[in-house]
Ligand binder design. Structure first.
Ligand code: D61
Ligand code: MG
Length: 413
């Protein structure tokens, strides 16, 4: 089926075939490591694979030093998010649960069985997650606990109000995704696989999270509105309609798409920060881990821009497209190339009568300029690594990414 969908895209076809028949059946983690994994940690990886379609593979492909800490970081925050998302918990109780959630990390045996959310399995097995958390080095525990505390606190702000202003939108996205970027960057630095500066620049790290979260919010309009959730910022949609849900109606198709374009333009403002952040990344597994979600996001934004399908069905990038993008997200040069392509796609879709055409064009040009190889406006990090090391490192990881894409292909529905 994926092959048929990509039939008019020979490059994707090639990528798909390479994965299907080009080997790569070995798992990302060498077998001996799976065997020596404690049964608790095995359960943690199972929880990861059952609750994340987008991140399970990239997390498991991380270098050893980061694989457990990032997996636990994910599960702890997923558990917290599951509390936030459970609509059956009364607000007052939810507020105190969110605020005190980080304290359960130090509480052997704590778990929560009354949850109704789709990812309740993480809360039901939280005692295993927290047991593994307590085995981590202190440098990692400090980060995980701090981010969990700040995210829980932040989530309480938006329990009964929707993000209205654009400042609110950024603030909400900071709490649920920007903080993840900040925490991950501090974990990278703590592992010493990345420079200290990666963990210190909270602004750039925040932008990586905002770019992913805004893309999800834009893409998930229909799903959210059908479940009575509103994540599009009122400051923007109120320029185009009286009720956010009205965008579903055929007669509002025109204004709906203009609003959509407005939000895509807003999300694209984070792309320059993403490039600046990625420039500083030295470790190949960290690079792939960060770059893959970002290229999926920009590909999704390009697909959504000026596309009315967002209001009628789920808009997804083709599987072949996704696999090709993953493969190419393994070096700064090809990351720039792929971001250039998606950005160019947005630029070419700006409609004739688009009120925000100038803003869209401005950000499109800025990103395209940053992505053109020579005149790189991106600040290079102090020590540029030797060409040989980077080539050798990449060879190893091209294989890992192949496996990763393979796995991803089969785990997603
Ligand atoms: C590099 C690599 C991965 C990154 C990154 C930088 C920066 C930020 C992020 C990942 C976070 C991206 C979040 C985008 C997806 N949004 C959600 O999952 C929403 O929940 C947000 C709160 C929980 C976040 C937990 C999380 C997610 C991804 C991680 C991670 C932790 C830890 C490590 C790696 C990746 C969304 O959830 C959808 C759902 O409930 O199914 C929501 O509720 O809005
Ligand atoms: Mg949530």
């Amino acid at each position: 089926m994926d092959l048929i969908r990509s039939i008019t895209h020979p490059d994707e076809l090639l990528a798909l075939l390479k994965f299907k028949y080009g080997g790569g059946r070995e798992t990302v983690m060498p077998l001996n490591q799976v065997e020596t994994l404690s049964s608790d940690m095995q359960l943690c990886f199972e929880l990861l694979n059952r609750t994340s379609r987008s991140f399970a593979a990239v997390i498991q492909a991380l270098d050893e030093k980061l694989r457990f800490p990032v997996c636990i970081f994910y599960l702890v925050l997923r558990a917290l998010d599951t509390v936030e998302d459970d609509m059956t918990i009364p607000t007052e109780e939810k507020v105190s649960m969110l605020k005190s959630f980080y304290t359960h990390l130090e509480e052997p045996g704590w778990c929560y069985m009354g949850c109704k959310d789709k990812d309740k399995i993480v809360l039901e097995n939280f005692s295993t997650v927290s047991a593994e958390y307590r085995k981590l080095d202190e440098v990692y525990r400090i980060v995980i606990s701090d981010i969990c505390r700040r995210m829980g606190e932040g989530m309480t702000v938006f329990l009964e109000t929707h993000p209205d202003s654009l400042e609110d939108w950024d603030k909400y996205c900071h709490y649920v995704a920007g903080l993840v970027g900040i925490g991950l960057s501090r974990l990278f630095a703590a592992s010493q696989l990345e420079d200290e500066c990666v963990g210190q620049d909270e602004h750039l790290a925040n932008s990586l999270g905002l770019f992913l979260q805004k893309t999800n919010i834009i893409r998930d309009y229909l799903e959210d509105i059908n479940e009575d959730r509103q994540f599009w910022p009122k400051a923007v949609w109120s320029l185009y309609t009286k009720q956010l849900a009205d965008f579903k109606m055929k007669e509002n198709a025109g204004s709906a798409v203009l609003c959509l374009n407005h939000l895509v333009t807003n999300a694209m403002q984070h792309a320059p920060d993403v490039l600046a952040y990625m420039c500083r990344i030295r470790n190949q597994s960290v690079f792939n881990f960060c770059a893959i979600p970002q290229v999926m996001a920009i590909g999704t934004l390009a697909r959504c821009y000026n596309n009315h399908d967002v209001f009628t069905r789920v808009v997804k990038i083709r599987r072949g497209e996704a696999v090709r993008m993953m493969m190419e997200a393994t070096s700064m040069e090809s990351l720039k190339q792929i971001m250039h392509q998606s950005t160019c796609e947005i630029g070419s879709k700006i409609p004739f009568a688009e009120p925000n055409a100038i803003q869209t064009l401005q950000i499109v040009q800025k990103v395209m300029k940053m992505c053109s190889s020579e005149a790189s406006t991106i600040e290079r990090s102090p020590e540029s690594q030797s060409v040989l090391i980077s080539v050798l490192g990449r060879l190893k990881y091209v294989a890992a990414v192949a496996v990763l894409a393979f796995t991803w292909q089969y785990w997603s529905i």
